[in-house]
Write a protein that binds this ligand. Structure first.
Ligand SMILES: *[C@@H]1O[C@H](CO)[C@@H](O)[C@H](O)[C@H]1NC(C)=O
Ligand SMILES: *[C@@H]1O[C@H](CO)[C@@H](O)[C@H](O)[C@H]1NC(C)=O
Ligand SMILES: *[C@@H]1O[C@H](CO)[C@@H](O)[C@H](O)[C@H]1NC(C)=O
Ligand SMILES: *[C@@H]1O[C@H](CO)[C@@H](O)[C@H](O)[C@H]1NC(C)=O
Ligand SMILES: *[C@@H]1O[C@H](CO)[C@@H](O)[C@H](O)[C@H]1NC(C)=O
Length: 317
């Protein structure tokens, strides 16, 4: 009995000293049901979201994707390991539809509206394989892992290498007017001089196919205005692109995206473009001096207000 108790104690202790939860890596593990999620996303993409891609065998694509990292040391996965997958799943990006970004993934995906407005990397077939997912394999083991290396632990990990080659390929496929959405409230600066856009996308843009680059710097509603066009890190980006010979424009708080941000802050002073139009409509109707209200004002003003409503509805549909 005593020896059994001792054995239990030893087991408990050794577990305590075997590291955090006994997990090998600090990063999140492979997303459960990864294969089903990917197969579903892949067929939804080619059948519903963007049928222009044409016929693809999603099982074959998943096989090529997994071949890049399964049964391998999770710290020795190179972007080139995904080459076959990229070759099989790439499709053209319509001109003027590319949307690059840093530090505002969710704003970009809601603005893009699943290719209806723009087609950022996350809204391509390749992006659909990785968007918000996590994955890695293990050396000499055909299972996925429940913890994965972070980029601090090792740069050549399955997820980092995937997004590197996906970004390179996306930049190469982009043409026409290129849009870039940056976060003017981001602490490290709106344009990270080391980041996917700087390191893998800008160097792979095909200059002769690009007519213009338009930069939008969006500050959070109620957030700090840390960077703007012509200032700070945005100025660095503008200078770099000009030097490379691109025709560039930069817009602070581009109105169309601002409307989307204002959806969550309708009464904030920065959203007053919208609320002032609405109160101008209400004001005379509910005011005490009802008699002085001029019907003609309403008739000429109403279509304008309605149009704003409709524009907003369309933006958010
Ligand atoms: C799709 O790919 C899978 C895996 O490579 C293969 O087994 C299957 O036969 C292919 N299906 C078609 C219709 O080509
Ligand atoms: C991918 O396509 C490129 C260009 O067509 C080709 O050179 C390369 O060998 C292909 N790679 C794989 C692994 O199929
Ligand atoms: C891209 O935008 C430019 C400028 O607005 C326009 O002239 C061109 O027709 C657009 N291309 C496509 C394919 O929509
Ligand atoms: C912009 O960056 C700030 C600071 O990192 C972050 O809190 C905010 O969510 C970002 N804005 C968007 C729209 O993602
Ligand atoms: C995996 O197998 C190879 C060849 O059998 C061996 O050299 C290597 O040390 C193994 N790696 C691990 C992490 O077990």
């Amino acid at each position: 009995m005593n020896s059994l108790f001792l054995l239990l104690l030893v087991l408990l202790f050794s577990k305590d000293f075997s590291g955090v939860d006994g997990k090998k890596w600090k990063g999140e593990g492979t997303t459960p049901n990864l294969d089903s999620i990917i197969i579903g996303r892949c067929y939804e993409y080619i059948r519903i979201v963007n049928p222009a891609v044409g016929e693809k065998n999603c099982s074959e694509l998943l096989e090529a994707f997994k071949k890049a990292f399964m049964n391998k040391d999770p710290c020795n996965i190179l972007p080139s390991d995904y080459e076959l997958f990229i070759n099989l799943s790439q499709h053209s990006i319509p001109p003027n539809k590319s949307l690059f970004w840093e530090n505002n993934q969710f704003l970009v995906s809601s603005y893009a509206a699943r290719t209806h407005r723009y087609m950022p990397l996350g809204d391509t077939l390749i992006g659909a394989f990785g968007d918000l997912l996590n994955w890695c394999g293990q050396a000499n083991n055909t299972e996925v892992d429940d913890s994965c290396p972070t980029t601090e632990e090792c740069e050549n990990n399955a997820v980092e290498s995937f997004w590197r080659i996906a970004s390179i390929n996306y930049a190469r496929q982009s043409s026409g007017i290129i849009h870039v959405m940056l976060n003017g409230s981001a602490t490290g600066g709106a344009y990270p001089v080391k980041g996917f856009f700087a390191d893998f996308e800008i160097p792979n843009l095909q200059k002769e196919r690009i007519s213009q680059i338009e930069i939008w710097v969006m500050d959070d509603i109620g957030g700090p205005d840390l960077d703007s066009c012509g200032k700070g890190s945005v100025q660095i980006l503008e200078a770099l692109l000009k030097e490379m010979g691109y025709d560039i424009t930069c817009i602070d708080n581009y109105k169309s995206v601002l409307f989307l941000l204002c959806l969550d802050h309708p009464d904030h002073p920065r959203c007053s473009v919208i609320s002032s139009a609405l109160s101008a409509q209400r004001g005379p109707v509910f005011s005490d001096q009802g008699g002085s209200w001029n019907r003609l004002t309403f008739i000429s003003f109403a279509p304008f207000v309605l149009q704003i409503h409709f524009n907003l509805l369309n933006q958010f549909a």
